[in-house]
Design a protein around this ligand. Structure first.
Ligand code: CMP
Length: 141
């Protein structure tokens, strides 16, 4: 397991967290934890209550609803934000499709992070817009 300083340095190399200063990165490093999954492992289950936010450090996951793959997400991308934002059950399954490492934050840490670092909310909003555009295009495509 990485030390808090090692974890803080690692988080600094991920664009999602790059806007944070060293002190905030350290706080985040001690708040979150690294989780590892094998290919085929479920990370999030549709309908479950949402307790965590995940940033992919390495590897790949698929977002699935039944047999349909909604998206494939990789290094530097995130998932699990939806149910933390609207307090609803998980909207889809998320399955690791290669060996995958994630940085996981509790809902409490996620909320604190977004409230104290509006630039993180902006990065996330841009990505959510990208996902909505892809979903719109898949309706007509
Ligand atoms: P959440 O609903 O908490 O858990 C499942 C996650 O899958 C969801 O948050 C999003 O992070 C992600 N997700 C759901 N739908 C899509 C989509 N269309 N494109 C990319 N990611 C998605």
């Amino acid at each position: 397991m990485a030390t808090v300083s090692e974890a803080a340095a690692m988080l600094g190399s991920v664009p999602f967290f790059a806007s944070l200063d060293g002190k905030r990165r350290k706080a985040l490093a001690s708040d979150g934890k690294e989780l590892s999954y094998k290919s085929g492992d479920p990370v999030v289950g549709e309908g479950a209550s949402g307790v965590g936010f995940y940033l992919i450090l390495d590897g790949k996951v698929e977002v699935r609803k039944g047999d349909r793959v909604l998206a494939t997400l990789g290094k530097g991308e995130f998932f699990g934000e939806m149910s933390l934002i609207d307090d609803q059950p998980r909207s889809a399954d998320v399955i690791a499709v290669t060996s995958t490492r994630c940085w996981a934050l509790s809902s409490w840490s996620f909320n604190a992070l977004v409230k104290t670092n509006p630039e993180i909310a902006l990065v996330m909003l841009k990505d959510l817009v990208k996902r909505l555009r892809a979903a719109d295009n898949s309706l007509i495509g």
